[in-house]
Design a protein around this ligand. Structure first.
Ligand code: SF4
Length: 179
């Protein structure tokens, strides 16, 4: 039986611009999905042809390009000019979104404070924001099989991280679940 080679893009041995996924005719490491997963890539390509994914991918690519300056210069040297936050705002505007979901981690107090700042910044830019913390629901860790000695606060209540509930809460797509 032919041995399956695992995909390991994280360990690709070539510099980015020498790779076949970046440069046509470029090099490929062992298990390269660009070479070995053509059917899968074709299937994904088909999905990008149907809206709303098609428009989402197109606008995301336009946004990516607009985050670099002097793109007409040759030879070109990558020159990023926009912070991620601005990228998100511009992309959301391009897509016509007016309501954003902000999911954040309570684990780092600093990040929780920053979530309030980020939420305010989005609001200042005219977006309605629904923000949900990872611990939403307050579900005890015991419910996912965690033993007392596996908790941080041994002997006390400890809420599990609940990204699924956070996602459902923040995403208006799933608003029917709130009923
Ligand atoms: S797709 Fe291929 S060339 Fe690109 S990083 Fe993965 S292994 Fe390397």
């Amino acid at each position: 039986m032919k041995k399956k080679i695992k995909t390991q893009c994280a360990e690709c041995s070539f510099p980015p611009f020498e790779r076949i996924c970046i440069t046509p005719g470029g090099k490929a490491s062992k298990g390269c999905p660009t070479i070995g997963k053509k059917t899968l890539v074709k299937r994904a390509k088909k999905e990008y042809q149907a809206n709303p994914t098609a428009e989402f991918a197109r606008q995301a690519s336009i946004q990516e390009g607009e985050c670099y300056s002097e793109r007409e210069k040759r030879p070109y040297v990558l020159h990023p000019i926009k912070p991620r936050f601005l990228e998100i705002i511009e992309f959301a505007q391009k897509m016509g979104y007016n309501h954003l979901g902000l999911l954040f981690c309570i684990g780092l107090a600093k990040e929780a404070e920053e979530a309030a700042i980020v939420s305010q910044l989005f609001t200042n830019h005219g977006f309605k924001v629904t923000s949900v913390v990872c611990k939403a629901g307050g579900v005890p860790k015991e419910e996912i099989g965690i033993k007392e000695e596996e908790k941080i606060f041994i002997g006390g209540h400890e809420s599990m991280c609940n990204p699924i509930a956070a996602f459902y809460t923040a995403n208006s797509y799933y608003s029917w679940l709130n009923k």
